[in-house]
Design a protein. Structure first.
Length: 99
């Protein structure tokens, strides 16, 4: 048990969670952007292929929007990539450094 007040713990945990989401969203956006470039595709092509607004896709590529699991699955299917690998590799790297 810590001497830290409960509301301070909540705030600290919330900030950590928000920071993690920020970096994950950035990584996902970069991974999608790299996949588009490898295929000589544009954000417009992705928006059309997924039937999403271009504005949303642009924000997705910048990492400023969180994706639902449904959208992740659609992007993976459309680009034939695995976005979940980002988490798997991160977990594997973390467990390797601990053991």
């Amino acid at each position: 048990m810590t001497d830290e007040p409960r509301h301070a713990q909540y705030t600290r945990n919330r900030l950590t969670h928000t920071t993690m989401n920020y970096f994950i969203n950035k990584q996902i956006g970069q991974r999608i952007l790299n996949s588009l470039r490898m295929r000589n595709m544009t954000a417009h092509d992705l928006a059309e292929g997924l039937n999403l607004p271009l504005k949303y896709v642009t924000r997705l590529l910048r990492g400023t929007v969180s994706l639902s699991l449904y959208t992740v699955a659609r992007v993976e299917w459309f680009l034939r990539i695995k976005l979940m690998d980002l988490w798997l590799h991160k977990d594997r790297d973390a467990s390797a450094s601990m053991g």
